[in-house]
Design a binder for this molecule. Structure first.
Ligand SMILES: *Cc1c(COP(=O)(O)O)cnc(C)c1O
Length: 355
């Protein structure tokens, strides 16, 4: 068994992989592949509608929201969000808690004014700012709910009348939240929801139509809503895999079950790391991510030795992000507890031999 700790694209449920591979040969027993049917056939429209409805159901969204599956990664949304929501003279508030949020800031600056209202840069992004004040005049507030690279996660959200825009790429569907507190939620699919190439976008309709800038139709959220998320050919296979993953989440018991499993895995991982003198996690306890744990072995030679032992024990994806270094263990929904146990056993054993 390979223990897949990849940060993204990452581990998917075995059942989803099986069903997706069958659909490539023979989709729903129609004698054709999912890859060779039109996106405007009822066959595919049913896939798209099930995916959109599953999101509404899992997130318990009111009718004020629309769910779209759009082309591109989350990076496309760094641009498309301000293009649709922020006029040239307007100001949006952004939180700077890591690499992805920073990229979002740079893109938004191309469209309007950006006010960075909180930053964790002073401590290498090892915490999430608490009790932030959001200026009432902000068009929206942008946060990254889980910082995939730095290993931090928002565990409570700002109380504000300003619409909250949240990049949930790496913790989407991993916990039960009041999703109606957000006005826009987006996530690239390849971390917790499926295959690369598609973005989930959840948007409160009242956010739209508030700017003067002309928007190219393919970038225009309203146009995608009007077309029921079929404005042009969507990434059909990626949407299909997302639909299967959403079906799997529902079968398993929904977001409360995902949250419980994530907590159990993260508790075991962090308590093990904290108990071993050789390992150091610099992320503040209240801000630790239940999806991506980032930590270090101070001695670099030892750290490389440990990473090699991981490889030898069939554990993939544990090397930290290239600019951060260290070790990163990603524990997405489909990762079995068994894999976290295997990792912790190896870490303990390594600590006993080398510590
Ligand atoms: C991976 C990631 C992105 C970038 O996603 P792409 O699909 O590669 O564009 C953005 N935000 C977060 C939080 C991520 O984890």
């Amino acid at each position: 068994m390979v223990h897949n700790f990849n940060s993204g694209p990452s581990v998917l449920p075995q059942q989803v992989l099986q069903q997706a591979s069958e659909a490539i040969i023979n989709f729903n027993n129609i004698g054709l592949s999912i890859l060779e049917i039109g996106h405007r056939t009822n066959w595919f429209i049913d896939v798209m509608e099930e995916a959109r409805n599953s999101v509404k159901e899992l997130m318990q969204l009111t009718d004020e929201y629309e769910v779209l599956f759009l082309h591109g990664g989350a990076t496309t949304q760094f641009m498309q969000i301000p293009m649709n929501l922020l006029d040239t003279h307007e100001t949006a508030a952004y939180c700077d808690n890591g690499i992805w949020g920073n990229k979002a800031i740079k893109e938004a600056q191309l469209f309007g004014n950006v006010n960075v209202i909180a930053s964790s840069k002073d401590k290498n992004h090892t915490y999430i700012n608490q009790n932030i004040t959001v200026p009432e005049s902000s068009k929206y507030l942008h946060i990254t709910t889980n910082n995939t690279v730095e290993g931090t996660q928002w565990h409570s959200f700002p109380q504000t009348n300003v619409p909250i825009v949240a990049d949930m790429s790496s913790d989407i569907f991993s916990r039960q939240l009041n999703f109606n507190q957000f006005s826009l939620i987006y996530a690239g699919a390849q971390k917790n929801m499926g295959a690369a190439g598609v973005n989930l976008l959840v948007i409160k309709k009242s956010l739209l139509g508030t700017i003067k800038r002309p928007i190219s139709p393919i970038m225009d959220y309203q146009k995608h809503i009007d077309a029921n998320s079929l404005l042009n050919t969507p990434p059909v296979f990626a949407v299909y895999v997302a639909m299967l993953t959403l079906r799997w989440i529902k079968q398993e018991g929904g977001l409360t079950v995902m949250e419980k499993r994530a907590e159990e895995k993260a508790n075991l991982l962090y308590s093990t790391i904290d108990s071993l003198p050789l390992f150091e996690c610099y992320v503040e306890k209240e801000s630790r991510s239940k999806m991506n744990a980032v930590f270090f072995i101070k001695d670099e030679a030892l750290q490389n030795e440990f990473l090699n032992e991981c490889k030898a024990n069939n554990m993939v994806g544990v090397k930290g992000y290239r600019t951060v270094g260290g070790i990163r263990v990603s524990m997405y929904n489909a990762l079995a507890m068994e894999s976290v146990k295997a990792f912790c056993d190896l870490a303990k054993d390594f600590n006993n031999r080398k510590g």
